[in-house]
Write a protein that binds this ligand. Structure first.
Ligand code: ZN
Length: 450
């Protein structure tokens, strides 16, 4: 019997300076050989014509399990992730019920995920005014970090972190060696603008867009960076929607604050006008921006000032997506299945962005920032997680091909380039040619202590 379980032959991938072409040899779920002309294994996959990405790591999803699996759920969400070339997700502490605010709720969610997740996973804990005394027990259980909202989260059981809470939480997180992620929008600004609009009966998509200006994002990012600097806490600003926001984070980093930022495919591939055209399915917060702002994000991303890309996949049942008052429509975009093709199409094909950058922002950079020692890279000793992508294949997103519980997405009807043909988790194929081909096999992954 061969020593190798799997060989990936003839594929292209980033070899970090080594001479290509190399084959990838896998044993016991790990990459053990990178050599030309590997020959003997239990399974050999011919990857001719395909690009091999490290499995995509999505650090920002809302699968809402347990308690609100009827919105999405870990089972359906992780299948959609795998169909998009993903092998690991970090689930946000909301909108599951209970939210992940203490050890008990963490254990509950971990238990559900271990039974139902097709891919590996990590779990975020929450940082709210009511759970400052629970951060330690969450850290002990191996949370990937703590997530706080600087504006209203939209859900009652996950209250916004006021500045005192955020500062205190960051102080503790620094001691515990954990990263804090913030949803950065100014509540005083967005709250006031929304109240004013509603009082005047202004309830359209445009009114909603106007209530959440870029300035609200920039103000909150600045405040979070100050607190991060003061407390020595590692800070990750999620879903930054503007190039100006990315530059604020960079400036913070340059003066010594441990701060990074994420953006999402929807801020790069959809604009405010799309929200007006598509309505509820494209509602998110921060909202989609004007074209020039979206382009500024591409510029900063291309210059490698964006640190990670996560989907912020956040679905809800269709009946929560209907209201003549757009402020009341439940926000959240379903997009986890198309991160790679969206970035390949809009980045590599249309804007000549380096494929390596797209790869890095969706895998190795995520693993580095969150201290995942075995994930995110095609190298000896790393987990054998791969996305095999036909970079030339063109396809149109169809509702019937979505693995989401609710077959809705702002990308339905969109022509994309770059089809994920196969996804491999620790050496096992979990998705192939449009079909899920594995039972739930996901494992909990803990970050190595920072
Ligand atoms: Zn989110």
């Amino acid at each position: 019997m061969s020593r190798l379980d799997l060989i990936l032959k003839n594929g292209q991938f980033e070899t970090h300076g080594r001479e290509a072409p190399l084959d990838i040899g896998v044993a016991d779920g790990k990459i053990v050989e990178l050599e030309p002309n590997l020959t003997s294994a239990r399974e050999i996959i011919d990857c001719a014509g395909l690009h091999i990405f490290p499995g995509l790591i999505d650090s920002h999803v809302h699968f809402n399990d347990p308690g609100r699996a009827h919105w999405e759920g870990i089972e359906t969400g992780s299948r959609a992730l795998a169909a998009g070339g993903g092998t690991m997700f970090f689930d946000m502490p909301l909108n599951s019920s209970p939210p992940t605010l203490d050890g008990e709720s963490f254990d509950l969610k971990r238990g559900v995920a271990e039974k139902t997740s097709l891919t590996d996973f990590a779990l975020w804990g929450g940082l709210t005014p009511g759970n400052l005394n629970k951060l330690e027990e969450l850290a002990e259980r191996g949370v990937i970090g703590f997530k706080a909202f600087m504006s209203n989260s939209g859900i009652e059981d996950f209250p916004r972190a006021d500045d005192h809470t955020l500062r205190e939480g960051m102080r503790q997180a620094a001691k515990l060696g954990k990263i804090v992620a913030v949803h950065a929008e100014s509540e005083p600004m967005t709250g006031k603008l929304a109240t004013e609009a509603l009082a005047q009966g202004r309830i359209t998509v445009r009114d909603y867009l106007d209530s959440r200006p870029v300035a609200a994002e920039l103000e909150a990012i600045s405040r979070a960076i100050e607190l991060g600097g003061e407390t020595g806490c590692a800070l990750h600003v999620v879903h930054v929607s503007s190039g100006a926001g990315v530059m604020l984070v960079k400036a913070g980093r340059e003066r010594g604050v441990d701060v990074t930022c994420e953006t999402c495919p929807h801020y790069l591939t959809l604009i405010a006008e799309d929200m007006e055209k598509l309505g509820a399915v494209a509602k998110c917060a921060p909202p989609l921006r004007e074209k020039a702002v979206a382009e500024s994000l591409w510029q900063r991303g291309r210059a490698a000032k964006v640190n990670t890309i996560g989907s912020d996949h956040s679905p809800a049942p269709p009946d929560m997506k209907v209201d003549e008052n757009f402020f009341k429509v439940w926000g959240g975009i379903s997009g986890i299945q198309h991160t790679l093709p969206l970035l390949i199409t809009e980045g590599c094909v249309k804007r000549n962005v380096d494929l390596w950058l797209i790869e890095r922002l969706t895998s190795s950079a995520v693993a580095n920032r969150f201290s995942l020692s075995d994930k995110g890279r095609i190298g000896i000793g790393w987990d054998a997680d791969f996305a095999l992508v036909d970079l030339k294949a063109e396809f149109t997103v169809r509702a019937e091909d979505l693995f989401y519980r609710h077959k809705q997405s702002p990308y339905v009807g969109r022509a994309l380039t770059g089809r994920v043909v196969r996804t491999i988790l620790r050496g096992q194929t979990i998705f192939r040619d449009g079909k899920i081909v594995s039972r739930p096999a996901g494992k909990f992954v803990e970050p190595t202590r920072r």
